[in-house]
Design a protein around this ligand. Structure first.
Ligand code: ATP
Ligand code: MG
Length: 406
């Protein structure tokens, strides 16, 4: 007996009242049987989309996936996808079926699904319906294709990466014949769009078993990250943050090349920036003085720096001193960026006197002051900074071109 949320129980009940069958299917059944909280619930039904519409005529339905037979029910502010039993036509592009058609047989719908653990249906009236041995594979903790692995991966190459993803997130092994076909068909991943790859790769990296997967399937990862080799860093022990795990996974690349690879995969700009930054920090020695900490803070900011220490710790380095120095530096309010300086650009303009126009010299002077404060050459106090600025100008620096003139 699975515990169904209100929207799912309502939808199955409503479909049955209208003379149809409705089942929960896929990830939600799998996760319930594993005692995990499902991310979302999916319903599959023999009602055709028009019949679903009629059965829920008094409810709000969104038609976003109508072409594939999916309607989204809005129930008490929550969304629930209801999809008509479907069989996929032939695949000629290794990505999507040429056609999809509806069927009235649940088993056919289950047979098109990727893995046995994702091909179990459940309704309160019928109990579990599991024609491909999904429950047995859940007990064995293994990912196994529904049907012949070779054919299923050739149909849709994304399934290759999904096998690794589920193995990583569930901590399951991959059944031997499925694993063989994963390796053999990996080059087909070249046909899959960067967006779909990235979505699955991200989940794989965040999984509890990511380190093992990257080691065992480096050849597969290399099909969309050319030149990839498994990192020595124990990824599975790192925080489950995508930039951190990417930075660890990218240990085999020079930082800039790694950034280009991630961009090509269409990872969000900010994720790429942070991953490359962390990747760079891994190359640098651990800061051992307050000055070194301020320099590192200037480069990376407090969050990335703290994350880089965790990565170094996973690598076996003793990071306790660096962590203590970082905490002291932050608690003390040390200055490590322009806006923390005790003088502003306005103060500098005021100091230069009437009629002096703003220009590049302001930034140059602020950078000079910041560098001095970070290095501990002068204290972060207004009088000391203005004094340092005057000496800087007197030496002919930071006086700017025409824009600095009166
Ligand atoms: P998650 O918990 O990450 O959402 P999920 O199993 O629900 O995992 P989805 O990507 O949401 O995964 O897909 C829902 C279901 O649709 C799967 O459980 C599976 O039955 C089926 N499915 C999804 N993608 C494919 C695919 N490429 N080939 C075959 N079946 C698929
Ligand atoms: Mg899902």
């Amino acid at each position: 007996m699975l515990q169904l949320p209100a929207h799912t129980a309502f939808a199955i009940g409503r479909l049955e009242q209208a003379g149809f069958a409705g089942y929960c299917v896929g990830g939600c059944v799998r996760d319930c049987l594993l005692g995990r909280a499902p991310a979302d619930w999916d319903i599959t039904t023999d009602a055709l989309p028009g019949q679903v519409k009629a059965a829920f005529a008094d409810c709000r339905l969104l038609e976003t996936g109508l072409r594939h037979g999916t309607l989204t029910l809005v129930y008490q502010g929550e969304l629930l996808e209801i999809t008509t039993f479907r069989v996929d036509g032939p695949y000629t592009d290794g990505r999507h079926p040429d056609t999809v058609s509806f069927t009235s047989r649940l088993e056919l719908d289950l047979s098109r699904r990727d893995f046995t653990v994702n091909a179990i249906a459940y309704a309160p009236r019928t109990g579990l319906i599991d024609p491909f041995g999904g429950q047995q594979d859940l007990r064995k903790r293994q990912i196994r294709c529904v049907g012949e692995p070779q054919r299923r991966f050739a149909e849709d190459a994304l399934r290759i990466l999904r096998a690794l993803r589920f193995s990583s997130t569930l901590g399951f092994s991959i059944a031997p014949d499925t694993a063989l076909a994963v390796h053999a068909n990996a080059p087909l991943l070249g046909q899959v769009s960067a967006e779909r790859i990235t979505q699955e790769f991200e989940k794989l990296l965040l999984g509890e078993n990511a380190g093992q997967l990257l080691a065992d399937y480096a050849d597969v990862i290399g099909c969309f990250l050319p030149g990839f080799s498994a990192p020595e860093l124990p990824i599975s022990r790192l925080p489950q943050q995508i930039a951190v795990r990417l930075a660890a996974a990218g240990a085999c690349y020079p930082p800039d090349r790694f950034g280009q690879r991630l961009q090509a995969l269409k990872f969000p700009h900010e994720t790429v920036r942070l991953a490359v930054l962390l990747r760079r920090l891994l190359e640098l020695p651990l800061p051992g003085t307050r000055t070194a900490i301020r320099r590192a803070l200037h480069l990376a900011g407090p969050d990335a720096l703290a994350q880089s220490f965790l990565m170094q710790a996973a690598r076996g380095k003793d990071v306790r001193q660096a962590q203590t120095l970082l905490r002291q530096t932050l608690e003390n309010g040390d200055c490590w960026e322009r806006r923390m300086l005790a003088v502003s650009g306005k103060d500098l303009l005021h100091e230069r006197g009437n009629g002096c126009r703003s220009g590049a010299w302001v930034g140059e002077t602020l950078d000079y002051l910041l560098d001095g404060v970070i290095a501990g050459r002068f204290p972060n106090q207004p009088a000391a900074l203005l004094d340092a600025a005057r000496r800087f100008w007197a030496a002919g620096s930071g006086v700017g071109g025409p824009e600095g003139a009166k």
